[in-house]
Design a protein around this ligand. Structure first.
Ligand SMILES: [Zn+2]
Length: 197
């Protein structure tokens, strides 16, 4: 028997949250490439590795969203044949966000007398959260941009991430019209978009 639309949404959310978790773990793995003793010189190599992780995981996030959109359409009594819009990698946003949350955050903390290990561990938390947001935004934007070009769709709704995002509580549950500006997510946000037909 085919799944109900909301069950598909919960499954999709679970998949995106697992991808968020593995993105954070992959950022932790490559973190030692950013060398405290030589931040400026080690940053480009670290950034190249981070770009590889984020680009690959964004493709996964978009792919999950595409499968979800088709299944959701079928579960809503429509055909699964819809033109999927895959968002571009926001190269500039990636570069700025990574630099600010890793290199600059670590330098600033050190300048304020924060011990090195604390400064670096805080910077890791910030940058892995920022990168996970960029990854999950690929899936969110795949949903909202595909909805925007789908004449059968009314809009989309924010579904809260597991564990709860306090900031997002007030935004959840209402249907945003198709031509809405898009999905606003914060770092570490686990929310996803659900279509409304
Ligand atoms: Zn959220």
């Amino acid at each position: 028997m085919a799944l109900e639309p909301r069950a598909l949404t919960l499954m999709h959310r679970r998949q995106q949250l697992a991808l968020r978790k593995s993105t954070v773990a992959q950022m932790e793995d490559l973190w030692p490439a950013l060398d405290w003793a030589d931040l400026d010189r080690s940053f480009p190599g670290f950034a190249a590795e981070a770009l590889r992780v984020v680009s690959k995981n964004r493709r996964t996030s978009s792919g999950l969203a595409a499968g979800y959109l088709r299944a959701f359409r079928v579960a809503s009594g429509l055909s699964g044949d819809v033109r999927i819009i895959v968002p571009q990698m926001p190269a500039e946003q990636f570069a700025t966000s990574l630099r600010v949350t890793s290199l600059i955050a670590a330098k600033k903390a050190a300048a304020n007398g924060v011990p090195v290990d604390v400064a670096m561990s805080n910077a890791l938390t910030q940058s892995s959260g920022a990168m996970a947001r960029l990854v999950l935004n690929a899936g969110r934007d795949t949903v909202t941009q595909t909805i925007r070009s789908d004449p059968k769709a009314r809009g989309w709704e924010r579904v809260l991430g597991g564990g709860g995002c306090d900031f997002c509580q007030m935004l959840a549950g209402r249907v945003y019209p198709r031509d809405n500006a898009g999905f606003d997510a914060h770092d570490h946000c686990g929310c996803t978009a659900e279509p409304a037909y």
